[in-house]
Design a protein around this ligand. Structure first.
Ligand code: L34
Length: 286
């Protein structure tokens, strides 16, 4: 039977730490500010953005929401980002993805000033992560690492398998595991012998975006299983990329969905926004 690593619990701990630091920062006259842009009315994005706003209020940040209609043009969106780049009380800018099809996500990511890029999606921040000398880590992979640390799991020397190679999760996830001296394999849709590779993992991170994709025969006895997926199953119920019922008995540690990586993504966003506020105000410690 696996120990369940609660993202709910760990994220509350991270938010409490951010809240304390935020109080001290406010004593120095700085209130961290996050701008969240949401375009269109994707219901999942709406839930995530609401959770981000709630977290900002809880830790004491100022937050601004820019809810734009689905028909927003690229030019309008870039103009908003330009305004926010220049707005001193805004330290972090996040444009919730995915964007409606007619908008160019890459151009949007490039437009956000790297200093305010609390998602760490801008090429300059991605490059810094690759080198291992960075200001911000992307929220979801950083949240997974925080869960690994909290559970006291040593990464060094372990076989780590990441399923999924997105710029947002899979690739940076692999890099963070590598930074901690894991032996990292990235699997994707063209991978041969996926099952065997996964079954060799001491630490398995599922970021495929397919409901209950990881089955018991893909998991080694005693493996640590981290589930980044948020999907709906055939009954419309939230589920991860891991078939939890099947996999949980084999794993040593496992993260649930909901209440696993999702809340960590938001907690790490709070951490990044705090850091952005400190950097922009040249405050090293509080
Ligand atoms: N720009 N776009 C940008 N940055 C991000 O970091 C994200 N991501 C992903 C989607 N698009 C993004 C998020 O915010 C995924 N994501 C995210 C954030 C929060 C939660 C899930 C994904 C979350 O709160 N999950 C809850 C359950 C939510 C529910 O009830 O549906 C959980 O317990 O997992």
């Amino acid at each position: 039977m696996a120990s369940v690593i609660s993202g709910k619990e760990v994220s509350a701990k991270v938010r409490a730490e951010v809240r304390e630091e935020c109080e001290r920062l406010k004593e120095k006259g700085v209130t961290p500010g996050l701008a969240v842009i949401i375009v269109g009315d994707d219901p999942a994005s709406r839930v995530y953005v609401n959770n981000k706003k709630k977290a900002c209020a809880e830790v004491g940040f100022a937050s601004e929401e820019y809810a734009l209609p689905a028909e927003t043009t690229q030019q309008e969106l870039l103009a908003l980002i330009d305004t926010l780049n220049k707005k001193p009380e805004i330290n972090g800018i996040l444009c919730q993805l995915p964007l409606p099809k007619h908008l160019d996500e890459t151009a949007v990511i490039h437009a956000i000033s790297p200093e305010k890029d609390v998602d760490a999606f801008h090429p300059s921040n991605v490059g810094k992560i690759m080198i291992g000398d960075y200001d911000f880590l992307p929220c979801t992979p950083a949240g997974v690492m925080e869960l690994i640390h909290f559970a006291g799991i040593e990464v060094s020397g372990k076989n780590c398998v990441v399923i999924g190679r997105s710029n947002i999760v899979g690739k940076p996830m692999a890099m963070l595991l590598l930074h901690e001296n894991g032996t990292v394999t990235i699997c994707h849709s063209k991978t041969k012998d996926l099952k065997e590779i996964c079954a060799g993992a001491d630490i398995l991170v599922a970021a495929v975006g397919r409901p209950k994709f990881v089955k018991a025969d893909m998991v080694k006895e005693g493996a640590v299983v981290l589930d980044v997926g948020i999907n709906r199953d055939e009954n419309g119920k939230l589920c991860g990329d891991v078939d939890y019922e099947q996999v949980e008995p084999k794993a040593s540690f496992i993260t649930p969905v909901p209440g696993g990586v999702g809340p960590m993504t938001i907690a790490m966003l709070m951490k990044n926004t705090l850091k952005a506020a400190k950097l922009q105000n040249h405050i090293e410690s509080v």
